[in-house]
Design a protein around this ligand. Structure first.
Ligand SMILES: [Zn+2]
Length: 230
């Protein structure tokens, strides 16, 4: 199992190094679709994506950026018509201040920053702030657990979401790279071309991007903390 994962990283890295993935160079713009956000690469407090709107699908009333919302609607429709499964939204765009509130609450209930850090993302480290992520569940459910990955719905999502531009962002076995536990319910919009390349590479977004071009990776850090923001 572990060997298989290591092997898939090596294979993907080899593909990246010999330039066979050149066609899939990521854009560097925070308003593009490949902006990397994680515990090390944070989003500035003042960043609010342009074009947020409510998604018109079954589930909790949640927002995404226009491009992601449109893709999500097509994806949910395909889940029903092609996959025979029904999905529902649970949590989409999350502002910096919402993240702060959640984090502060967790800090006070657990009594320490260390304990809170293990349970919730520090403000600015959640890609939900990009408006490109959605937590989803089976229709009629709002529970976000690893079990979703074993359900008919979860399996269909994993195998098909790239066709609509999404990736399952936090895969099993890559916790040390992504900084997050396995989250089969969290999908991230990156566009069809990138999503397909990432899905086929079998590696997380971090590995995929760092293999493509290191200075792109560094540029993202710089951009996230200093420039570009209005
Ligand atoms: Zn999420």
């Amino acid at each position: 199992m572990l060997f298989g994962k290591v092997l898939s990283i090596v294979v993907a890295a080899a593909g990246l190094l010999d330039g066979s993935m050149d066609a899939a160079m990521p854009d560097k713009n925070i308003d593009g679709t490949m902006f990397l956000v994680n515990r090390q690469h944070t989003v500035a407090e003042q960043y609010i994506p342009d074009g947020l709107r409510k998604t018109e699908v079954y589930g909790m009333s949640q927002s995404m950026r226009e491009d992601a919302a449109t893709a999500l609607e097509a994806f949910f429709e395909a889940a029903k018509t092609e996959g025979g499964v029904s999905l529902s939204t649970v949590s989409g765009y999350r502002s910096y201040s919402k993240q702060s509130t959640i984090y502060a609450r967790k800090k006070s209930t657990t009594g320490s920053t260390e304990a809170a850090d293990k349970l919730v993302a520090k403000p600015g480290t959640s890609e939900h702030q990009l408006g490109l992520a959605m937590d989803i569940a089976r229709k009629g459910s709002s529970s976000l657990t690893a079990k979703f990955g074993e359900t008919e719905e979860g399996k269909w999502v994993y195998s098909n979401c790239h066709r609509y531009g999404f990736i399952v962002r936090y895969m099993q076995g890559f916790e040390e790279i992504t900084g997050y536990s396995y989250e089969p319910w969290h999908i991230r919009y990156v566009g069809v071309e990138q999503a397909t390349a990432i899905y086929e590479s079998g590696v997380p977004m971090e590995t995929y991007m760092s293999g493509l071009k290191l200075d792109t990776y560094d540029y993202l850090v710089h951009q996230a903390t200093n420039e570009v923001l209005p």
